[in-house]
Design a protein around this ligand. Sequence first.
Ligand SMILES: Nc1nc2c(c(=O)[nH]1)N[C@H]1C(S)=C(S)[C@@H](COP(=O)(O)OP(=O)(O)OC[C@H]3O[C@@H](n4cnc5c(N)ncnc54)[C@H](O)[C@@H]3O)O[C@H]1N2
Ligand code: MOO
Length: 418
Amino acid sequence: MPRSVAEHADAVRGLLAGLPAAKGSEILPLMEALGRALAVDVLAPGHLPPFANSQMDGYAVRSLDFPHGGRGSDDGGSDDGGPGAGVARLRVVAPIPAGVAPQELLPGTTAPIMTGAMMPAGADAVVPIERAVPDSFPKPGTDAIVELPPTAARTFVRAAGSDIAAGTRALAAGTSLGPGQLGLLAALGITDVEVRRPLHALLVTTGDEVVEPGRPLPPGKIHDANGTLLEAAMRQAGLLVTRTAISSDDPAALLALLRGREPGTDLIVTTGGVSKGAYEVVRQAMAGQPVEFLSVAMQPGGPQGIGTFDGVPFLGFPGNPVSCLVSFEMFLRPALTTVLGTPASRPAPRARLTERLSSPAGKHQLRRARLLPDGRVRLEGGPESHLVHALANANALVHVPVGVTELEAGAEVEVWML
Ligand SMILES: Nc1nc2c(c(=O)[nH]1)N[C@H]1C(S)=C(S)[C@@H](COP(=O)(O)OP(=O)(O)OC[C@H]3O[C@@H](n4cnc5c(N)ncnc54)[C@H](O)[C@@H]3O)O[C@H]1N2
Ligand code: MOO
């Protein structure tokens, strides 16, 4: 009786549950920390923005200079009465470009101010240039009067600390550092960040027929896709990966590669050699170890190995490249999310199929597919697990649960983004 997908996902989570989230920490420059997880909370060393500044190109004003004290326009917007109601006529003083420390704004005056420029003391609002009469800035140095509509205090002003206040938590320990997080740290003036040292995985691909890319292909041989495909997936998920040479189908050769691993290896992943052939090298090498080889009710990725090798958590993925990636997405990535708290799960929207499909009744089928801009999902290639070109065209997996044998075009399915 095959194991269900949910049961095997639980088993993989259980296998990894004892791993620490990290192996200490290290301090890295921001760009080298891309994709890593923060080791500690980061507090904002200063306010962001550091000073009150203008959100618009326009005029810095004192709201009390308006006849009704600026009331009636607290949306930063329209006039509230007949033409001229509440309008202020103000003398234009020297403009304030971004990057300078401005002089105080005196009552009855207004200063042209540019987006991002520091608000002068005394000013508490900005009127966008489009709302001024005239609606273009006077030449600096000329005497000019401008008419401005009633404007409430704080209109189009970005207050100091309104994004984040000094001393508050900017990012929590465990946060995965992507562009937004690294950008925030840079905005706060931070150059280096303490990140978790990643877990260390050993990756071994197997098969007498498998040859390193770049080497010539004798008859009967194929290039190793799994090593690159899985190393990329594992690295994206935050693991440090050591890839060995390709193992032959001799169990002694595989054992030598596994036993030659670096100390501190947290996880071993192999590909191939787990099904029912005459030379299943992984099955043979694991003899005597607490490793189970079983069938999961899933297509592709049915044959799986799970256990420990010399005490190190071990997963044996099937040899077909698509089976490897599906095994990673269904079992290893979710377990890593549980253990490491990062990376977060991928989006899993629901979408309608562009075409019909069929699936074996007893299996949870995963079809490679592309989520289209119109929100529908189109299959890429058939269900077979050797189709790496179709995989490369896909950006998602479509789930067809156990018991569902036919789905028509237009049927709604669960989609996991890749
Ligand atoms: N009699 C049965 N045969 C098979 C069964 C079964 O239940 N009964 N299951 C099939 C399924 S499903 C899969 S998946 C594969 C799994 O086989 P193995 O894990 O033992 O993998 P191999 O036999 O070594 O290879 C399978 C396939 O993948 C190619 N391969 C292997 N490694 C790589 C690599 N690094 N890069 C690219 N391609 C690779 C290999 O050449 C084979 O074509 O077993 C089915 N058979
Ligand atoms: O389960 Mo195999 O992984 O379909 O090709």
